[in-house]
Design a binder for this molecule. Sequence first.
Ligand code: KG4
Ligand code: ZN
Length: 371
Amino acid sequence: MSSTPATLNAPVSADLKRPCLILGVESSCDETGLALVQLPAEGEPRLLAHALHSQIDMHQAYGGVVPELASRDHIRRVIPLARQVLAESGQTLADIDVVAYTRGPGLAGALLVGAGMACALGTALNKPLLGVHHLEGHLLSPFLSVDPPEFPFVALLVSGGHTQLMRVDGVGRYEMLGETVDDAAGEAFDKSAKLMGLPYPGGPHLSRLAESGDPKAFELPRPMLHSGNLDFSFAGLKTAVRTHLVRLGWLDRPDLLAAPEAQPVLANLAASAQGAIVEVLVKKVLLALKSTGLKRVVVAGGVGANRLLRAQLDQACARRQIRVHYPEMHLCTDNGAMIALAAAMRIQSGQARLSTEPSFDVKPRWDLSSI
Ligand code: KG4
Ligand code: ZN
């Protein structure tokens, strides 16, 4: 999907000097995120300001993201949020040197809003554009934390749409070690939660409910735990949750699911589902560390906010003298800061494919290991 594909993101020797100021625009799904990152003359990128609008409340009534509504809401939010980050950081439009936007993967219409805005702004300011891979943004987001990682490391990318293990040797040097063959970990959380009558997005709700539950109460599968490779499969887990709900007579019965006496049982089911997902993720991370010989892990993406995953991974890695790095809690889910940061790190490492063409494209499906 592009306006002038032939010139798209061709490397252009845009006259880019450090220090430079990067505006990041994220609009791949249900969050509009804007941020300003400064790449100083020397040293590491610095986040000056970021602003976010989540569409969760709007989509909740439908039990999931409605793409058309998502696009329309991005249109409403993107300019006010850009103004907000400029005001908060004391910068003006004229100070912006590069406009970075999420090029993919994500919802086509939603991506087009951010890309269109970025292109219009870049053209008006006569500044280059940089299309960023959304997952590269997640992957590099721990570099904005108080405890940033060092290359090389194993990365566990766990978002709503992706579950991947990568070997990361530097910016742009990503080797896929394994990925899910069906549902992503976030999807397993969200689909199980939906079956249990919890609001969208289910991950955080299921995780909260699980706090009072017994993770051993229900027997649930650990798909591909002993497959010997680094791939995942989570579709069977959702089916097993469904089967338990059928047995209880609660499937598609919101009245019974909401009853007070059902809550302890649902808490047990939530804890069992979370326990199964987390166990598989932790075991596969350990296997990836063993097979690569690396001593450092980065966890990124929305599911990286899960407290049980953090606790179990920290515990398993501490025993093995392995360092684990996470993004700051508020930067685990989608945001503009990670997009501006990924752009800054690409520029810093001399790998930015800047475009000065008054055109843009989006890639709704885009493999990170292909960039
Ligand atoms: O990275 P992200 O914001 O969006 C995508 O790029 O997909 O991830 C969203 C996913 C959703 O599936 C959401 O339920 C899950 O992250 N998530 C969680 C938690 N917070 C967000 N899953 C489990 N526990 C959480 N605390
Ligand atoms: Zn994401």
